[in-house]
Design a binder for this molecule. Sequence first.
Ligand SMILES: O=C(O)c1cc(=O)[nH]c(=O)n1[C@@H]1O[C@H](COP(=O)(O)O)[C@@H](O)[C@H]1O
Length: 224
Amino acid sequence: MTNPVYLAVDVPQLDAAQALANRVKAHVGGLKLGLEFFCAHGHHGVREMAQIGLPIFLDLKLHDIPNTVASAMQAIHTLEPAIVTVHAAGGRAMMEDAKAAAGERCKVVAVTVLTSLDDSDLDAIGVGGSSHDQALRLADLAHSAGLDGIVCSGHEVGAVHRQWKDGYFVVPGLRPADSATADQKRIVTPRQARDNGAGVLVIGRPISRADDPVAAARAIEATL
Ligand SMILES: O=C(O)c1cc(=O)[nH]c(=O)n1[C@@H]1O[C@H](COP(=O)(O)O)[C@@H](O)[C@H]1O
């Protein structure tokens, strides 16, 4: 079985990011580089991290008008990421154009409802109903726009999986039983997410901030 864990390398320094990834690379299946990393190190940094030899998930969470998002997708072609994120809230046309502009081997997945939000946060931004229903609604939209899959919490992934059998489902907000929640609100354990149908498990601080990141990554791997 391919290791489904992508390490969220949310570390500002390039040398620290490389050191962390090199330490745990035998116990994860890929590296997720997010906004923090891309803003600091750009294409050069992504190329450096790709040399470690694991697939790269470029988590840019693109959300803009269709033309701008499509141009941004074209601008990252040469980096050959395995996965790129856009926000489903950008709408159908934006997602269609993002997919059309992506490289053939790049999976484009749409973030539905951030795992740092709960129902009261959604209410505050004018989204009525539950985070569960909103995630399902946006998953449907992403599916009909031709995307490869979505990002959602482990609470919704089972229901999304039932309505989109061959989708590619990325689940962050993962916490082993003894881990600090921090800013995440809709959390499950890595094993629960896997059992509910997640194809990719995004895990950052439970590994990167652990006293022993290798032991933490191994312990998570052993539960899957
Ligand atoms: O798109 C993501 O990866 C993402 C979506 C989401 O809803 N929630 C979420 O936490 N993430 C990312 O997943 C990672 C989670 O990190 P930890 O909370 O440290 O495990 C971060 O890099 C977030 O940017």
